[in-house]
Ligand binder design. Sequence first.
Ligand code: C5P
Length: 220
Amino acid sequence: MPIPVPVLTIDGPSGAGKGTVSRLVAKKLGWHYLDSGSIYRSLAVAVQNASIELSDISAVLEVAQSMALEFECGDDLVVRLNGENITGQLSLESTGGIASVVAAYPEVRAVLLKKQQDFKQLPGLVADGRDMGTVVFPEAKNKVYLTASAEKRAERRYKQLIEKEIDANIVQITSEIEARDRRDMERETAPLAMAVDALYIDSSDLTIEQVIEEVLNLIH
Ligand code: C5P
């Protein structure tokens, strides 16, 4: 009998703190970390590089099938697309917007499913995204749905971008976040939704440390 691999899934809308919480929890547990959004964001970069129309589903699918992704998970995540370091482009708001458009195509999600499931390896995996607990790892024993108000999430994204010295506008970020939430929640395939067996955490008035404590309590 193969040894079962423990999986913790953390799903929720953008800016709820999933990335920070997941990375730190994975580090504390000594588990692998899957930032599934970075896979959709990498596809967004690949699609932009290929100069194809977002509405051309078969062209987008071809790019998804042929892209070679490498992840280096050190202190900071480094992503290479066909050998080229694209880490800097991944965090752009425009990349997130394009990612949510291509992520709505069921054929694209089917191609990217296995790439994500391959991350499930011993001693364990923390996976963050939109459908980790519902579609990619439904068998996970520990599931969290992490959210926060749209205003709080916009505020956090704004601070992150300013820290990275990327120009940002809070009004524009709020409306982009709301548009992305709508696309992610209303799409037919694998919409953002809470798994029935997930622990609900609203991080609007919690610190990162408090959220991490709640998540670790769930595991232990
Ligand atoms: O989490 P992040 O903001 O990096 O994700 C970018 C976009 O990728 C999301 O808005 C969503 O449309 C898509 N995504 C998804 N399923 C996931 C992770 C991300 O559809 N598991």
